[in-house]
Every structure is written in structure tokens, then in C-alpha cells.
Design a protein around this ligand. Structure first.
Ligand code: AMP
Length: 280
């Protein structure tokens, strides 16, 4: 496995691989890798000839300084994990490599309503930061396929729009959310939770399933109230819990069996912010 810290070295390697007719799969991450990330690498290996993963804790997508400072980092372990799972290249850029002209946003990405709802509402500027880093990575790597996790559902929609607006050929492959046995969605942030807290956090997914089970018989408002009570009884604080149209992500209270919907949630356990979603 090769490790590159500079775009020009990565680009040389990719030019060689593309010259050999190999297709490139790209898995961007912020490190502290878990099986969810590994499942993306495995999908990339299945679907493409040459798998590039990146590890970069992107400062511009953190709207909260403490969150950035506390974000788990374990690069040595991450590199072993990627190598063990057959990744071909890890790109490990510095902040300066990605942002040679500083961190300020010089360009506004037009994300429509996606920028202001759900994650966008509670993490102002977050998706602009995501687009800043992903645009820089994609424009240099130009992968055939980009592998993203459904866990970050709104992010998948934002990046799909970005790829479309960039006019590049990259196809997006959205991979299912990997969960602990308890149902808790795997997340790097789970590393900041004790075993007992992880048990409590599993209530998030149980409550999403509860809503899905009853959505045909009860109003969403009613189910939402019950779900929030359940989650708060497990000592979490719900930031949002919404039903949204799957295609547009427009928030609604009205479920119908003809359309597709997503339940989306963000909740805090202590200082740790967790998100999850479930498709209906
Ligand atoms: P992150 O390192 O959290 O920025 O995530 C990097 C990629 O891994 C994103 O596309 C995430 O959606 C994806 N991912 C994170 N958690 C999971 C999970 N539990 N299952 C599947 N993919 C995930």
C-alpha cells in the first residue's frame, strides 16, 4: 500500500494506474476508521480496480472548535486497517496541502434548501466546508466512483449536487449504514462514549424503528413525541427528529404509502453529537 501526502505524487500514481486502464474508486474519510469505513473500502475494491482512501480531518466543516479539537485521531491504526483490507493508496494531506490559500471560503456552493435544513440548520457552514474539501479532492483525483455512507444521508445529497455542478464523470455509490449489534450506527464519534453510553445511544435507532413500525397507523407528530420521550429517558438530548421526502429532503409531517421517506435525527449524549437515519 502506498501513502501520499502531496497531490502531485498522488496524481502521478493515478496517471500510471489510469494509463493501465484501471478504474479508480475513492473513499474520503476523516480517519478514526471503523467497520463502516472499511465497508466502503470493500465496496470500492469490488467495483473498481484501484482504491484510494483519504484521511483528512477537514477543519472547514467543523462549526464548533471544541468538536474539531476533540475529534478522534489515530492515523497509525487507520493505515494498518486500510492496508489489511486491501486499500491501494491512502492520501494523507496536511491542512496546507488542501488549503494553500487559507481556510476562508472564497466561493459559495449553491446547495439550495439543503444548506439550511436538518444538519445545515444546526451546523451553519458545515456543508460549505464539506464542499470545499470534496471539490478539491475530486478535481485532483477524478475517480470513476466515489463511495459514500448512507449514515450521512444529507451529505450524500449535497455531494451528489456538487458532483453534478462540477460536471465531472464520477459516479456515486451510496453504501448502507453499518451498525453495532445494538443497532447504534458506527461512527468515529462513538470512540468518545463509554460502553454504558453506547448502550444508551442505541435508543436512537430503536426509536427510529419504532416510528417506522407504526407510521401507517399513527400520526408522525404523535410518534415523534413518543420517540423523543424514549430517547430522552435514555439520557440523550434530541436536536432534531424529522420525517422528510426521500428525493427532495423536504420536511413534512404527512406520511403516505406511495412516496418514499427518510427519518433523520441528531441527538447529543453529553457533548457527543450523533446522527442517524432510516428509510421508509
Ligand atoms: P467520516 O470519516 O465520518 O467523514 O466518514 C467517511 C465516510 O464514511 C462517509 O461517506 C460516511 O458516510 C461513511 N460512514 C461513516 N459511518 C458509517 C457507517 N456506520 N456505515 C457506513 N458508512 C459510514
Amino acid at each position: 500500500m502506498k501513502i501520499f501526502k502531496h497531490f502531485k505524487d498522488l496524481e502521478n500514481e493515478l496517471a500510471n494506474q489510469k494509463g493501465l486502464g484501471k478504474t479508480i474508486g475513492f473513499v474520503p474519510t476523516m480517519g478514526a476508521l471503523h467497520n463502516g469505513h472499511i465497508s466502503l473500502i470493500q465496496s470500492a475494491k469490488q467495483k473498481t480496480d484501484f482504491t484510494v482512501s483519504s484521511i483528512f480531518v477537514n477543519p472547514t466543516q467543523f462549526n464548533n472548535k471544541e468538536d474539531l479539537l476533540n475529534y478522534p485521531r489515530n492515523v497509525e491504526r487507520d493505515l494498518l486497517l486500510v492496508e489489511h483490507n486491501g486499500g491501494d493508496v491512502v492520501f494523507l494531506p496536511s491542512v496546507n496541502e488542501i488549503y494553500p490559500n487559507g481556510l476562508q471560503n472564497v466561493k459559495h456552493f449553491d446547495l439550495g434548501e439543503l444548506e439550511f435544513i436538518l444538519e445545515g440548520k444546526f451546523r451553519p457552514g458545515h456543508f460549505q466546508g464539506v464542499c470545499m474539501v470534496v471539490e478539491r479532492l475530486l478535481s485532483r483525483i477524478l475517480p470513476d466512483y466515489l463511495f459514500l455512507g448512507q449514515k450521512d444521508f444529507q451529505q450524500c445529497m449535497v455531494i451528489s449536487k456538487l458532483v453534478k455542478d462540477m460536471g465531472i464523470e464520477t459516479k456515486i455509490n451510496i453504501c448502507p449504514t453499518l451498525r453495532e449489534n445494538s443497532g447504534l450506527a458506527m461512527s468515529s464519534r462513538n470512540e468518545r462514549l463509554s460502553m454504558e453510553e453506547r448502550g444508551k445511544a442505541a435508543q436512537i435507532f430503536r426509536s427510529l424503528q419504532f416510528i417506522k413500525r407504526h407510521i401507517k397507523e399513527q400520526t408522525f407528530e404523535n410518534l415523534k413525541r413518543n420517540a423523543i420521550t424514549q430517547i430522552e429517558q435514555a439520557s440523550l438530548r434530541v436536536e432534531y427528529l424529522e420525517l422528510a421526502n426521500l428525493k427532495s429532503l423536504e420536511i413534512t409531517n404527512k406520511f403516505n404509502a406511495e412516496d418514499e421517506f427518510a427519518l433523520l435525527i441528531a441527538a447529543y449524549l453529553g457533548e457527543v453529537r450523533l446522527i442517524d437515519n432510516l428509510l421508509i
